[in-house]
Design a protein around this ligand. Structure first.
Ligand code: BMA
Length: 313
């Protein structure tokens, strides 16, 4: 595939947006940035819902085909808890990983504390009831996910702290999901390029024979505000702090009206991905303009081919 064909890697669902505040069962300002999993023959989402105070909570939605006929809980599923002070200003942007060893979901979400955004962990078997484990690392931190399996007996976390004003993607390791160490920068911003201002993990890492596929967002500041686009990287399977490839170009970005008009224009923000094994298609769920949930699909083999043969290391 030649470089100029990159836009065809991802195909937008023609019925986008698939979920929007107008069709929500209760009043909502915006519905976006969902975590996504495939479970028991259904696609399950935890959608970030912003209320009219400007605080967010998470609501569960399910669909057989992952595209249409969504059944949405008629009230919030995970509300900020008064028992967890760091959730005072809302909970946002969940990523959901199925933890093989524990046989439960790990939901990593932003808990917006008065001292800045943090990443919190909740464990769940059904995405309806949760066991909170509290904040994982200090603020300011966002865009975190666990890897779906332990690597060399340690849990692995990708997250995006902001340190000295710099917003790179980091990796950390833990024997018990509580104590984190061996911190390293994994994917730094690239001065001058489309991902020069901030980068952050999208959906949880996806295991492939070639390595862990990473879908991340990259931000560039412009005179009209931030542009949120999407890039790819591939990490070593057993030494995931090593980058095998990183796309030079963005592979997806705001183009359609629903990505350019909304509460925050110019945002495509993927947070969930589900692999349809029959077709080898990745269904990527993303927030569009911080207002709606949209869907784009890509063939996994095409993404890997692009990364391995047609992009900078
Ligand atoms: C990021 C997060 C996301 C949001 C994006 C664009 O910092 O807060 O929730 O979608 O900005 O506004």
């Amino acid at each position: 595939m030649s470089k100029c064909e990159y836009r065809r890697l991802f195909r937008r669902y023609e019925g986008n947006p698939i979920l929007s505040p107008e069709r929500w069962p209760y009043p909502a300002n915006s519905t976006f940035n969902p975590g996504a999993v495939r479970h028991n023959g259904e696609t399950w989402l935890l959608v970030r819902v912003e209320d009219m105070r400007g605080f967010s909570h998470l609501t569960f939605a399910r669909s057989k085909d992952g595209i249409t006929s969504w059944q949405i809980d008629d009230q919030p599923t995970l509300m900020p808890s008064p028992a967890y002070n760091e959730e005072q200003w809302g909970v946002e942007d969940p990523r959901i990983a199925w933890l093989h060893e524990r046989e439960e979901f790990a939901v990593t979400y932003v808990s917006f504390s008065k001292d800045g955004p943090m990443v919190s962990l909740a464990l769940s078997k059904d995405l309806r009831t949760f066991t909170r484990r509290g904040p994982m690392l200090p603020p300011e931190d966002k865009d975190a996910s666990l890897f779906p399996r332990m690597i060399k007996d340690r849990y692995v976390l990708i997250h995006r702290p902001i340190i000295r004003g710099e917003a790179h993607i980091w990796i950390a390791f833990s024997p018990d999901l509580k104590y984190w160490g061996d911190h390293k920068i994994l994917i730094p911003v690239r001065p001058g390029q489309w991902d020069s201002t901030r980068v952050g993990l999208g959906p949880p890492p996806i295991e492939t024979p070639e390595g862990w596929l990473i879908i991340y967002h990259g931000v560039r500041m412009t005179v009209s505000g931030a542009l949120y686009r999407v890039g790819l990287a591939l990490l070593d399977l057993e030494e995931p702090w090593k980058i095998i490839r990183r796309s030079d170009e963005w592979v997806f970005g705001p183009r359609e009206p629903y990505e350019r008009v909304g509460d925050v224009p110019g945002v495509t923000f993927p947070t969930g991905a589900v692999l349809k094994e029959e077709t080898n298609e990745l269904m990527v769920y993303y927030g569009a303009a911080d207002t709606t949930v949209c869907l784009a699909t890509a063939r996994l083999d095409e993404l890997l081919d692009y990364l391995l043969h047609d992009t900078a290391t």
